[in-house]
Design a binder for this molecule. Structure first.
Ligand SMILES: Nc1ncnc2c1ncn2[C@@H]1O[C@H](COP(=O)(O)OP(=O)(O)O)[C@@H](O)[C@H]1O
Ligand SMILES: Nc1nc2c(ncn2[C@H]2C[C@H](O)[C@@H](COP(=O)(O)O)O2)c(=O)[nH]1
Length: 212
């Protein structure tokens, strides 16, 4: 039986997830699910002092994404309607494994399993990879004040964490079966180059209407 298309766009901070998810949603006529960032009441404090604020921040992201995905299941996927999202729930673990330690990390892992165990997983992930320079430029262009002092070493580490996590997801070692489409964000400019965007859109269309 065919699966309902559930597409997630992933990649490190500033890779272009929100931009590409919105463009594809518009092109394919799918609803888009966008992550909640500015509403996170701990984000400014987190970037000022990660040690003190990471648990609160990660818990807020986890709970808000859980709620949002539950609505997405009830409103779209459960009714057979395709959806494109600018994140994958697994993002919570990519970040939290880096920012949390000790008891807090153990407790977070348990809560993550409880909240996400029975949620549907995307059947297609578009993974935008990009170099540190590209990400730093895009983060600066986006101009969020709380990201201005971001430590490049943190971002560099996240690039590596993302590579490891996407490899795991595509290999199915987390128990899911997902098609992974990787985009080189340094070379492919889906914003300025229409042809390159159309190539991505066609690949997704093909996956959605033929393979899933
Ligand atoms: N391919 C691209 N070329 C140039 N600028 C881009 C590209 N993709 C995204 N941007 C810009 O980079 C910034 C970060 O993009 P965004 O979609 O918010 O990234 P993410 O959601 O991955 O954090 C935004 O200002 C966006 O307009
Ligand atoms: N520590 C975490 N930070 C997160 C998480 N999700 C998002 N973020 C931060 C990173 C950026 O500063 C901002 C927006 O994220 P984008 O990936 O959309 O650029 O919020 C998280 O789960 N943990």
């Amino acid at each position: 039986m065919k699966q309902v298309p559930f597409i997630a766009v992933e990649g490190p901070i500033g890779a272009g997830k929100t931009t590409l998810a919105a463009m594809l949603a518009n092109r394919l006529g799918f609803p888009v699910v966008k992550e909640i960032v500015e509403e996170n009441p701990f984000i400014e404090s987190f970037y000022e002092n990660m040690e003190d604020w990471s648990f609160q921040l990660e818990m807020f992201f986890l709970c808000s994404r859980y709620k949002q995905l539950t609505h997405t299941v009830n409103g779209y996927i459960g009714k057979g309607q395709p959806v494109i999202s600018d994140y994958h729930m697994y993002k919570n673990l990519i970040f939290s494994e880096r920012t949390l330690h000790g008891v807090e990390r153990d407790k977070y892992r348990q809560i993550y399993q409880v909240l996400t165990g029975d949620l549907p997983r995307p059947n297609v992930i578009i993974y935008i990879r990009a170099s540190l320079d590209t990400l730093l430029q895009r983060i600066a262009r986006r101009g969020r004040p709380f990201e201005e002092g971001m430590d490049p070493a943190y971002l560099k580490q996240l690039i590596e964490d993302y590579d490891a996590a996407m490899g795991k997801l595509s290999a199915g070692t987390d128990g899911s079966s997902t098609v992974l489409l990787t985009i080189d964000g340094d070379e492919v400019d889906f914003v300025k180059n229409e042809e390159q965007f159309e190539t991505i859109a066609s690949q997704i269309k093909e996956l959605v209407y033929e393979s899933i």
